[in-house]
Design a protein around this ligand. Sequence first.
Ligand SMILES: CC(C)(COP(=O)(O)OP(=O)(O)OC[C@H]1O[C@@H](n2cnc3c(N)ncnc32)[C@H](O)[C@@H]1OP(=O)(O)O)[C@@H](O)C(=O)NCCC(=O)NCCS
Length: 168
Amino acid sequence: MTRLYHDRSFAVFRQINRLARATGLSPYSPQQFTAMQADHTLCCLVAELPRFQRPPVGYILYQLIVPEVEIYDLAVHPLWQKHGIGSLLWRIAQRHMREAGATECRLEMRRSNTKAQRFYRGHGFQEHGVRQDYYREPPEDAILLHCRLLTDDPEPPVQFSLDLPPKG
Ligand SMILES: CC(C)(COP(=O)(O)OP(=O)(O)OC[C@H]1O[C@@H](n2cnc3c(N)ncnc32)[C@H](O)[C@@H]1OP(=O)(O)O)[C@@H](O)C(=O)NCCC(=O)NCCS
């Protein structure tokens, strides 16, 4: 069973950087982590597989400014991709966003990241623009995607346990 929990501790941020590097996303600096910890609009939902006693295998990091949400990262370790963990993270994060009153979600990604674009389109996101030469190293356009958050969850229940976000 996948265990999901909200956590913005430095221990989890270190694991996030490990996953970001493994999946080709940009890792964060210690200064960014300090700013992220102080920002209570920032949410981090982490996926673990307790049965395998491993560090987190995936996470989704998003900023919740009702009624909008910006996804910064969604990543699943390459060894654990295509097992539904990314979909589960998105689905449970989406439920959290909706319960907080959000109605719109957006994100941007490299044009060459066709795998993630397929994933997001499969989950109802649509392209709504391009930022030319937005990325560096290497330079590349950003594709802007957005979706309206579903008012109910049409998918069948799955096995997972969820720890609620800490208060405050
Ligand atoms: C995008 C990403 C998070 C998806 O994570 P994931 O855990 O592989 O996602 P899922 O397993 O839920 O779905 C991925 C695919 O596997 C398929 N799949 C899901 N469960 C499956 C299973 N049990 N067996 C086989 N395939 C399965 C899904 O249908 C989906 O197919 P698609 O690629 O044609 O849409 C992952 O590819 C990733 O970390 N990419 C690198 C980081 C990145 O670019 N993030 C996005 C920018 S923020």
